[in-house]
Write a protein that binds this ligand. Structure first.
Ligand code: E4P
Length: 218
């Protein structure tokens, strides 16, 4: 499973990219708004740091508006993936944009049927929102499981499942087990994946014993 980071924070992106485990970045209008900078400046800078897909979302809600905004966003860099919502207009825009060779991420997906429509419309990525479904007492990971099955049943589909709205390390593990191709993970959650008290405890005791042995490897 690939890891994208779900942030528009440039210093976080630089730091995590240096660890060599970041395959792409996702942003949304809320994350861009938080930076206080223009979407063009932020996306351009992220694309200079990350070679993989960088998602930038349209804010128009009609087909023509979405297509015009998506073309503008895609002109920022070759690795921009344009995000359109899982609405009827969004699916029409997705078909038009994917036919023109653009990478399209269909976002705000909350059901297997929306994912089915996205694949029919030629989406590069479908983004089911796990955390927001869980917030309503529904099962976000189950939606990923259903999408995996539907996509595996039709070999003509070429859409990757991008588990989104990931809130916890448990979500990451469950998305991987459910067959997501990618998880987009907030920086704090990504860092927490490495944490285990037994690792920290074990390391401390190995180092204490090594200190007593008085040896050095170099
Ligand atoms: C990513 O593409 C989504 O916009 C993001 O994962 C949403 O996460 P949230 O539900 O935590 O805002």
């Amino acid at each position: 499973m690939k890891f994208f980071i779900d942030t528009a924070d440039i210093s976080e992106i630089r730091e995590l990219a240096a660890a060599g485990i970041v395959d792409g970045v996702t942003t949304n209008p809320s994350l861009i708004a938080k930076t206080g900078r223009t979407i063009e400046d932020v996306i351009k800078e992220i694309c200079q740091i990350i070679g993989g897909p960088v998602s930038a979302e349209v804010t128009a809600i009609d087909v023509d508006g979405m297509i015009a905004e998506a073309e503008r966003l895609a002109s920022i860099a070759n690795n921009v993936a344009v995000k359109v919502p899982a609405t009827w207009d969004g699916f029409s825009a997705c078909r038009a944009l994917s036919t023109r060779g653009l990478k399209v991420n269909v976002t705000l997906c909350f059901s297997a049927n929306q994912a089915l429509l996205a694949a029919k419309a030629g989406a590069t990525f479908i983004s089911p929102f796990v955390g927001r479904l869980d917030d309503l007492g529904l099962d976000g990971v189950e939606v990923i499981r259903e999408i995996r099955k539907i996509y595996d049943n039709d070999k003509s589909f070429n859409t990757e499942i991008l588990a989104s709205s990931i809130r916890t390390p448990l979500h990451v593990k469950q998305a991987a087990l459910a067959g997501a191709d990618i998880a987009t993970v907030p920086p704090g959650v990504l860092r927490n994946l490495a944490k285990h008290p037994l690792t920290e405890q074990g390391l401390a005791s190995f180092l204490a014993d090594w200190d007593k042995a008085g040896q050095a490897i170099l």
